[in-house]
Design a protein around this ligand. Structure first.
Ligand code: MN
Length: 731
């Protein structure tokens, strides 16, 4: 557990004293010592499961609260939190000895502990409602409870497996979302990471190992970014504090394992955080950052003018460094920083730090009132289920959590269907599925699951999957299980289907073979070699084991070699340029509302000089000005009026597909180096083809997504460093 290895599992009273002293806040140390002595006397020789004296648990909880900056009453509450529950001492005694305020806190914590946990949705909702009521009374109650949970997680190793899993699940479903809602990020992240470690130890370790392996490179990277920002701000903006940060393991986990991405594909595994004195400086730093690095359009978010519901404020932007490596920059003031880390707890921190200041006292009261009314608003929601949903929706924008009729919680990526759920439950459940019920009602099979749905899969023994499901379902695992079924169960069908698919694709690609030529051509086909018969080959296409877009470039090449003798020009499939929003990103002069498409001959990128050509019936096609299909002298060409001026719209957030032809020495490991380099730059690779040419050289064509011309330029310059590369050209 390297990330948290510096956290002591148990802390004693001396350490508590040190933490409180270090905080610079004013505490009633006499009362705190009195609470400690009393708790120690009450717990006597009680021991934790691990054999450690019990008193060290409440003391450690008090330490966590001290780190959060909580007040004297909270610290005393923490020290005494298990006294009423675990010893004969009554609440009245506590009240007499320590006052009503502290007694009330302990009462609240004890009540929360008694709320039984259940994975059934209705029960869970009711529990969260009870907790919210306790919170609305005094928010410090839930903060003490969160610290208690956190400390129990730190010392969970000696507990039985089942108990660790139960507690971890409860943290993920109830306590971490509450910590998030209160903005206490430090507690939320540690709770989640520690729970994840018990829920999926292997997945956790995989991410942790990867992070450790890349640690040094990451630190160097952040150091260089830091230097560049400091260089540009040192004369104009005072007190700029810059640090690097890595996402929590749980948030990387949600993005990688649940969304099937690799760590390299996550934009903000590392981020740079800039902290300054005041709000105007935040925007000044933003200007500098956008000046030094190239911003990725549509990744800028202003949470300063639009704070998140949990009070989080910062500016976020994602930019590219000179090697085209994207990274996130977060810019904020110190006050925003404390709120980001400690959330509602930050307000106690402030209050104590500035004791005697009425203005700050008022602000604290106002903030607590705000949170209270937010919670009360939620309580007024008619249905307790809604409250549970609201809270749960906070923790997983991109996941949905659904329940089986037995009450088990299943976790799927957003956009998943009952088919995905069926295959997640069991392969056989998927194969035999005939329909699904959501909350008791039958729904179409392509229904998009929502968090909180209770989903029942209806099965029938004699049934089997439908080929169309492959396109309907969302998860890769369901798709592959359906394909497997067809592979084994429907050979004849697959052969027919595969043959038709291949013939359709041949037609589309302009491959024309006569009946006589067919068998001869197929005999020579290298992609077919691993299949014993042509039928096997067709069958593989039919069930999806071979994907046509992957093999077609090769087939086309061989076709040209054999029949057209035109092997000079390498062609790769050029899918239409993907667009995320309606706008094409291009402005055609004099034409506002015209269909725009990007030519495949030169694949223009934002930043390229471009020109439009009015086609017959397909709108305007955009070419690079330098494209060979564009006449050099437009005034002398056949139909000059069809060429129109075009330029790029200022901000486009799309990615563009670009194909590179790379000529290199054909050494072993070259392709591996190339793909590693691309993935380090977070570049998505669509297709990659390589073939040998004479003199020990290889020609590689690779189709990738880039953000624009400058991005592509950065990518090319980075690739040029690879040993053995001779030439890189855009085609
Ligand atoms: Mn406890």
């Amino acid at each position: 557990m390297s990330k948290y290895s510096n956290v002591a599992h148990y802390q004693d009273f001396t350490e508590l004293e040190k933490i409180l002293e270090r905080s610079g806040n004013s505490y009633d140390m006499d009362l705190i010592k009195k609470a400690y002595d009393y708790a120690e006397k009450c717990h006597g020789d009680q021991r934790r499961v691990s054999g450690i004296p019990y008193i060290l648990h409440p003391t450690s909880v008090a330490c966590i609260l001290g780190e959060l900056g909580m007040d004297t009453a909270s610290i005393c509450g923490a020290l005494l939190h298990d006294v009423v529950e675990d010893t004969p001492v009554t609440l009245e005694t506590i009240s007499k000895l320590f006052g009503v305020e502290i007694a009330k806190l302990i009462d609240g914590v004890t009540k929360i502990s008694k709320i039984p946990y259940s994975s059934r949705e209705e029960q869970q909702a009711e529990n969260i409602r009870k907790m919210l009521i306790a919170m609305a009374d005094d928010i410090r109650v839930i903060i003490i409870k969160l610290a208690d949970r956190l400390h129990n997680m730190r010392t969970m190793d000696c507990m039985p497996e089942q108990k660790r899993r139960d507690k971890s699940l409860e943290n993920m479903q109830v306590f971490a979302p509450i910590a998030h809602r209160l903005g206490i990020k430090t507690v939320k992240e540690e709770l989640e990471d520690r729970s994840l470690q018990y829920l999926d130890p292997i997945g956790y370790k995989e991410i942790e190992d990867t992070l450790l392996m890349t640690e040094e490179g990451r630190e160097r990277f952040i150091e260089s970014i830091k230097e560049q920002i400091v260089e540009k701000t040192k004369d104009t903006i005072p007190n700029v504090f810059i640090s690097g940060r890595v996402k929590s393991i749980n948030s990387i986990y949600r993005k990688t394992i649940m969304r099937n991405q690799t760590i390299d594909q996550i934009f903000d595994v590392f981020a740079v955080r800039v902290i300054v004195d005041n709000v105007p400086d935040c925007y000044n730093v933003l200007g500098v950052v956008h000046d030094v690095f190239k911003p990725i359009p549509n990744r800028f978010k202003d949470y300063i003018s639009m704070p998140k519901p949990n009070m989080y404020q910062s500016l976020h932007t994602t930019v590219l460094d000179k090697n085209a490596i994207p990274f996130e920059v977060q810019i904020r003031t110190w006050e925003m920083h404390y709120t980001a880390e400690y959330g509602i707890a930050a307000h106690w921190k402030y209050k104590l730090g500035m004791s005697g200041n009425d203005k700050d006292d008022d602000r604290l009261k106002k903030n607590i009132e705000n949170v209270k009314s937010m919670i009360l608003d939620q309580l007024e929601a008619e249905d307790a289920t809604d409250i549970a949903r609201n809270i749960r929706n906070d923790f997983g924008e991109n996941d949905v959590y659904v329940f089986t009729p037995k009450g088990d919680v299943m976790n799927l990526p957003r956009g998943s269907t009952p088919i995905d759920l069926a295959y997640l439950i069991h392969t056989q459940v998927g194969h035999r599925m005939v329909g699904a019920k959501i909350n008791g009602k039958i729904v179409p099979i392509d229904y998009k699951l929502r968090t909180g749905d209770i989903c029942e899969i209806i099965t029938q023994k004699s049934e089997h999957p439908n080929r169309s499901w492959i396109d309907i379902c969302k998860t890769a695992s369901a798709k592959s299980k359906i394909r497997q079924w067809f592979k084994h169960e429907r050979r004849e069908e697959n052969i027919v289907e595969g043959k038709q698919m291949l013939e359709r694709e041949f037609k589309r690609q302009g491959i024309n073979l006569t009946e006589d030529e067919y068998p001869e051509f197929f005999k020579s086909l290298t992609v077919k070699k691993q299949y014993n018969t042509l039928d096997d080959f067709y069958a593989a296409i039919g069930y999806g084991g071979i994907q046509l877009w992957k093999i077609m470039p090769r087939i086309k090449e061989e076709y040209q070699k054999t029949y057209a003798h035109d092997i000079e020009k390498i062609t790769v499939p050029q899918a239409p340029v993907r667009r995320k929003k309606e706008s094409s990103g291009v402005i055609i002069e004099g034409n506002d509302d015209v269909l725009v498409k990007f030519s495949n001959c030169c694949n223009p990128l934002p930043g390229d000089e471009i020109i439009g050509y009015i086609t017959r019936g397909y709108g305007v096609s955009i070419h690079k000005r330098s494209c060979t299909n564009v006449p050099d002298d437009l005034s002398k060409c056949e139909d000059p009026r069809r060429w129109v001026k075009a330029h790029w719209e200022e901000k486009t957030g799309e990615t563009f597909r670009s194909t590179l032809q790379i000529i290199a020495n054909d050494r072993t490991g070259f392709l591996a180096d190339l793909t590693i380099k691309l993935s380090q730059m977070h570049i998505f690779i669509h297709t990659l083809n390589s073939r040998e040419v004479k003199n020990g050289k290889a020609v590689v064509t690779v189709t990738i997504d880039v953000a624009g011309r400058d991005h592509l330029r950065g990518v090319i310059s980075k690739l040029s460093d690879i040993n053995g590369i001779e030439e890189i050209n855009r085609i």
